[in-house]
Design a binder for this molecule. Structure first.
Ligand code: ZN
Length: 335
């Protein structure tokens, strides 16, 4: 029988200026700052079939459509359409649309990291003045560095202190379609003292993968937090849990609007508990939190581990925060 061997080498070359990025899935995109891709990516795959005695090599460049852009001012925006003149129609942080004629196009993001709140929506504010929006961004940037160092491509939804609507976060997640979307928060509101961390990790009610990721995030966070010399407090039984609205859908918009993307929302510490807010002033502690989140994500991506802390789904009761909408939202400058 004649033997035929065909070797196909496909080289994917990413260019920061051509408007095209490419990958062999998954491809790490090195970042030089929050959400900014800075390096070219080249990956190679080899496919063999039988042939007579000859070997043929073919090199093909396969560009992948960019899904998001880092604007010249560092704002990450989803691409909604391409402009015939070059550039893109993009979604803005306040869920408007805008034209953008330059920026860093991105594709192949594995983990989309969402620092909660921003701008005049600070989230919880601790008695020591620590603002949740700042804390969320700091931990998000530390998580990004951890994952990038381990070859996981990442992107932040919010890269500095500006308002960002929940709808815009969902739009970005849908366009980027990462393997993991994690929204980073720190809890507030009334608490009572507890012996264990009051950590809550919310998952999407109808996603097994989201539930598994939440259990892993909860397990890693509690393992880390339990080693700290802190007087913990909780607002409700801690664990990995789905929070529902009256319609039985996910209560939290970043979990509902990311339907189809494996998403979780982490509430690690209680900022409204003075003892927890005090330790969060330490960069070392914030680093430990980010490493716990990173280890959980790596376990989700690389193992079949199940995690722990699972609770029965709850239905949200209360007035809600009333934030995350577009009313009064002022977009940051994109260029
Ligand atoms: Zn929050």
């Amino acid at each position: 029988m004649r033997r035929r061997v065909l070797i196909l080498i496909v080289a994917f070359v990413a260019s920061s200026c051509s408007g095209l990025l490419a990958r062999e899935s998954p491809v790490p995109i090195t970042t030089g700052g929050p959400g900014v891709a800075t390096s070219q990516q080249t990956t190679t795959s080899t496919i063999e079939t039988t042939s007579s005695s000859s070997t043929t090599s073919t090199t093909t460049t396969v560009p992948e459509e960019p899904v998001a852009v880092v604007s010249p001012t560092g704002v990450v925006v989803p691409i909604l359409d391409a402009l015939p003149t070059g550039g893109w129609v993009v979604g803005t942080p306040c869920a408007n649309t805008a034209s953008l004629d330059r920026g860093m196009p991105l594709a192949g993001i594995q983990v989309l990291i969402d620092p909660g709140h921003g701008g005049d929506e600070t989230g919880a504010v601790a008695s020591n003045g620590l603002r949740e929006s700042d804390l969320n961004l700091d931990v998000a940037e530390r998580l990004q560095r951890f994952l990038e160092f381990r070859g996981v491509s990442t992107l932040l939804t919010r890269t500095s202190d500006y308002r960002m609507a929940i709808a815009a976060r969902g739009e970005l997640a849908q366009r980027v379609a990462p393997d993991v979307f994690i929204s980073i928060h720190h809890n507030g509101g009334p608490t009572t003292p507890t012996d264990e961390p009051g950590t809550l990790v919310f998952h999407q009610v109808s996603s097994f993968d989201s539930r598994r990721l939440a259990g892993l995030v909860y397990e890693e966070l509690v393992s880390t937090l339990s080693s700290l010399d802190v007087s913990f407090a909780a607002g409700s039984p801690p664990g990995a849990v789905a929070m529902l609205n009256d319609s039985g859908l996910d209560y939290y918009g970043v979990l509902r609007r990311t339907d189809g993307v494996t998403s979780v929302l982490s509430e690690s510490f209680f900022l409204s508990n003075a003892s927890e807010a005090a330790v969060l002033e330490s960069g070392y502690i914030r680093e430990q939190e980010a490493l716990a989140l990173g280890r959980a994500i790596l376990r989700f991506l690389e193992t079949d581990d199940i995690g722990s802390g699972y609770l029965e789904a709850r239905t949200f009761e209360g007035p809600g925060s009333g934030t995350g909408g577009v009313a009064g939202c002022v977009d940051p400058e994109l260029v």
